[in-house]
Design a binder for this molecule. Structure first.
Ligand code: FAD
Length: 458
């Protein structure tokens, strides 16, 4: 006998799950959201660490992210712009620090020309890729069977150009080594943001933050659902199809302490976590195969808080890049109205693996040393220091998101969002526009809700 019976069970109280639940509620369906963690928000998490408010997961909003912007407006949240007055900095291959303004890194004229030419080529290719159907492009198979790194190396032998072009979708976005994913995957990442040029434009992609933190989006959405959001309820098993114990062709799910009966379920979490649930009967062959070709990227988000934003006094915006540095990108991440100054930096893929081989003290020292290459020795002495390590989070297992490994996107992409009987899927990691971002999570939450409403009408 089920403890709870609803029209729809939603698994996961991140941005996707809370959006889907609200959409279904608005359409008159009853819902329950089961969340494994003791908090709402998933990869959105604002916490106070040693007295500093930090956004440990997702935080930035870009102007093309219309689904997220609509939601932020509808929830009555305020945004503020990332600090960007002054010079950006770039560390070149010989370790020399260069100040610059604009989007182009201060490289030699010849390298600049190569970067500009390949960027133009990429923008033209990206324009042909539908982010919702990248697998449908005539060259999908060709582009999905060459690595991003190999394709770039076919275009030029200018190593500095390659590294600077590679890192926009590599370390900075998919957070996997550039030999581990395909050109098509890279084009999808760029298409989801409108163009490759958008993706490399920090002023575009990292435009605004929400005052008080982006986690408020799922939190406020969950508040509207009231007691229909249940925390500490990891779904362990899910019976679906005609054999459910309720005798209907819906689903029966169990957690450690609850049984939920529903007509439909939405799995609103990263695809790499589907196999944490025991499905009865098991999922179809296609899903079993497809899910094995999806994996999480890995990046450490590092916060360093100082008594003041000392870099601004040097005329620096805080924006820093280098494909040669351990911290490959860093920004001014000072909170709205805060007197203290905060820097945020990122250590990605194999660099992240390497520093986790070190002790916590050595790791901190290496990371702060890298920040000091951008901002000077003052960067070595923050009053608060924090590394977000999503790799150890059981209900996420990496950062920022999941993507197909080589060849998976053209082979399986079309079935990522295909419902299986009463089971529907929603997550930023299966989105087109807004892919791997909160905007995509909201879009997928809306889509899964719409699919269920359509199925009911059919
Ligand atoms: P999630 O947020 O992962 O939510 C899924 C939920 O499901 C989780 O709460 C999980 O606990 C729960 N769950 C999983 N399995 C079960 C189960 N079996 N039973 C019950 N519950 C379960 N995006 C941006 O737009 N801008 C950024 O600046 C940005 N920066 C990022 C920085 C970091 C460090 C990280 C980690 C992510 C960042 N992202 C950013 C990505 C963004 O946070 C995610 O794309 C988005 O939050 C994903 O939302 P979701 O609802 O799809 O999944």
């Amino acid at each position: 006998m089920a403890d709870i019976t609803r029209d729809v069970l939603i698994i996961g109280a991140g941005a996707a799950g809370t959006t889907a639940a609200n959409e279904l509620r608005k359409a008159g369906l009853s819902v329950v959201v089961l969340e494994a963690r003791d908090r709402v928000g998933g990869r959105l998490w604002t916490d106070v660490v040693d007295g500093a408010m930090l956004e440990l997961g997702g935080q930035w909003v870009s102007p093309d992210q219309s689904a997220l912007i609509e939601t932020i407006d509808e929830l009555g949240l305020d945004t503020f712009s990332r600090y960007r007055e002054g010079d950006s900095v770039y560390v070149g291959p010989d370790g020399t620090l260069h100040r610059f303004t604009g989007e182009m890194f201060p490289v030699s004229e010849a390298t600049e020309k190569v970067i500009a030419e390949i960027t133009e080529r990429l923008d033209a290719m990206v324009a042909e890729v539908d982010p919702d159907r990248p697998y449908a492009h005539a060259k999908a198979a060709e582009w999905d069977t060459i690595t991003w790194d190999a394709w770039l190396r076919q275009q030029t032998d200018d190593d500095e150009a390659i590294r600077n072009l590679a890192f926009a979708t590599g370390s900075a976005m998919l957070t996997k080594p550039t030999h581990a994913f395909s050109l098509l995957q890279s084009l999808l990442m760029a298409a989801s943001a409108g163009s490759y040029s958008h993706l490399v434009d920090a002023d575009f992609i990292l435009d605004k933050r929400v005052v008080g933190g982006l986690q408020q989006v799922p939190q406020l959405l969950a508040e509207r659902l009231g007691e229909d959001v249940l925390l500490n309820q990891p779904v362990r098993s899910l019976q679906w199809g005609p054999s459910t114990s309720s005798g209907t062709d819906g689903i029966t799910a169990t957690t450690d302490s609850l049984t939920v009966s529903a007509r439909y379920a939405i799995l609103a979490h990263a695809p790499i976590l589907y196999d944490r649930i025991s499905f009865v009967p098991s999922l179809p062959r296609r899903q079993h195969q497809m899910h094995q070709h999806i994996s999480m990227g890995f990046v450490i988000k590092v916060h360093a808080v100082y008594d003041g934003p000392f870099w601004r006094e040097q005329g620096l915006s805080g924006t820093a890049f280098s494909p040669y540095e351990l911290v490959h990108e860093a920004y001014d991440n000072t909170n709205h109205g805060d007197e203290r100054g905060t820097l945020v930096g990122f250590v990605s893929d194999q660099n992240a693996d390497d520093v986790f081989e070190l002790s916590a003290e050595e790791r901190k020292e290496r990371i702060l040393e890298s920040l000091s290459h951008y901002y000077g020795p003052e960067a070595k002495n923050p009053v608060v220091y924090y590394e977000s390590d999503w790799g150890t989070e059981e209900w996420t297992r990496g950062a920022y998101a999941a993507s197909f490994d080589m060849g998976g996107l053209h082979r399986y992409g079309k079935d990522l969002r295909t419902p299986v009987g009463p089971l529907h899927f929603a997550c930023s990691d299966i989105a087109g526009a807004g892919y791997q971002h909160v905007d995509g999570a909201i879009r997928m939450g809306r889509l899964a809700a719409a699919q269920i409403l359509d199925a009911r009408r059919a």
